[in-house]
Design a protein around this ligand. Sequence first.
Ligand code: HEC
Length: 175
Amino acid sequence: MNDTEENSPGIKTPKQLITVLFAAFVFPITIIVLLAQVASGGISPDENDPALSGEVIAKRLKPIGSLMFTSALPQAGKQLTREADKAQTVAVSGDTDKVETIYSASCAACHASGAAGAPKLGDKQAWAPRIKSGSDALYNSAIKGKKAMPAKGGNVNLSDVDVKAVVDYMVSKVE
Ligand code: HEC
């Protein structure tokens, strides 16, 4: 066998060296990189993928719970409610702050301005004839609704006790 022959074994020329290097390193490494890409589903995430949208990722990373402090509860510690709405239902007659809060949230929309013919808070003339019919009649109107006024001022989360307390508060403003 002639040693100078082109396809003789052994590395003789720079061209052969490059071929060997390519076969030994570059080619297998390329294969490994490609396989890794197939296994990981590609390296560039699809921006339109809904599973990768900012909101979804934020949800996945979200802590399990969140702590809420509420000073609005009269028996804080004993009774923890998540919704601010429900906090209103624990109002007790005589708890003025609470009653005023409920009034502002559920009744003032009409009773502060006299909207829809509502007797205004503090308007003696408007309230006098109504008060004559007695507390029970007023409670009943407020709880069940009357003409333009929806039951409980539209806030069904309020307990009857709460509504009565607010009626007492409204009446107290014209006495
Ligand atoms: C959507 C407007 C509206 C809201 C909200 C509302 N009211 Fe009224 N309220 C009225 C109107 C209108 C009247 C007068 C009804 C009538 O006699 O024609 C009225 C009348 C009353 C009366 C007198 C009832 C009677 O028999 O004469 C009381 C008491 C009363 N409201 C209490 C409340 C309380 C308590 C709340 C909140 C929990 C409330 N209202 C929320 C519109 C409203």
